[in-house]
Design a protein around this ligand. Structure first.
Ligand SMILES: [Zn+2]
Length: 238
């Protein structure tokens, strides 16, 4: 027994994953390691360290709804033919509420982790705010907690076993948290108010998910890379 981090009730706790389990499947089958993004250096993967007793069964199943939905979107993305020259793809009909709550749930789990390499300790007041949004099934306004998503190409293809622990940075006064799962880079901006001149988020209320296609070697300049794409494709800025 222990206190569930989500509902704060005393319950039997599960071995919870910080990064959803379905994303490990390609990795279990293949290389049993994850990568460090800075120089795509291989890092040994410790399976046991990635589970923690954090949530009760009821809360685990609450999150699994969003994970199941994200898994279905990820399958759609995998089936999409990537037009590398265009620099981005648009996946239509992605449920703004479910998909954004999924990403917020991953970010929140990273903030409650005690020992995992996936720990984010810099969420500050946003930890409680995100917890409340999740409890209320509220994804927030479109300008809050915006995110950008990109497919990372290594040697020309998406490596679905690519998982990279989070990296937190302050960019233009905004706390950003980036991590890689399923071979895709996610950058979540902890912002609560409307910001001018912000790069348009990957998902808005129109349910079109814009995913940038990134060469592994260009990751460090992700923001400028996206700006470049947006300049060449003004219609994306809607
Ligand atoms: Zn619970």
């Amino acid at each position: 027994m222990g206190i569930c981090k989500f509902c704060n009730q005393e319950r039997e706790l599960c071995d919870s994953h910080i990064i959803p389990e379905f994303m490990y499947k390609p990795m279990y089958q293949e290389k049993h390691q994850f990568y460090e993004l800075s120089n795509i250096k291989k890092v040994r993967y410790h399976q046991k360290g990635l589970r923690e007793k954090l949530l009760c069964k009821k809360c685990e199943s609450f999150f699994s709804v969003y994970e199941g939905y994200a898994a279905s979107v990820f399958r759609k993305i995998s089936n999409y033919s990537l037009d590398y020259n265009k620099g981005f793809i648009i996946i239509p009909d992605v449920d703004y509420i479910k998909y954004k709550l999924f990403l917020l749930s991953v970010l929140w789990r990273m903030s409650i982790s005690k020992k995992s390499v996936f720990k984010i300790s810099s969420l500050g007041p946003y930890k409680e705010r995100i917890h409340n949004l999740l409890l209320n099934k509220d994804p927030g306004k479109t300008y809050q907690y915006t995110f950008h998503q990109g497919i990372i190409l290594l040697n020309g293809k998406q490596e679905k076993d690519l998982i990279v622990p989070p990296n937190s940075k302050r960019i233009n006064g905004i706390n950003t948290h980036s991590f890689v799962m399923h071979g895709m880079l996610f950058i979540i901006n902890c912002v609560n108010h409307q910001i001018n001149n912000q790069i348009p988020p990957s998902l808005k209320i129109d349910n079109n998910l814009v995913i940038y296609i990134l060469e592994g070697s260009k990751i460090d300049s992700f923001i400028s890379f996206m700006n470049e794409i947006l300049q060449n494709n003004p219609s994306l800025d809607i």
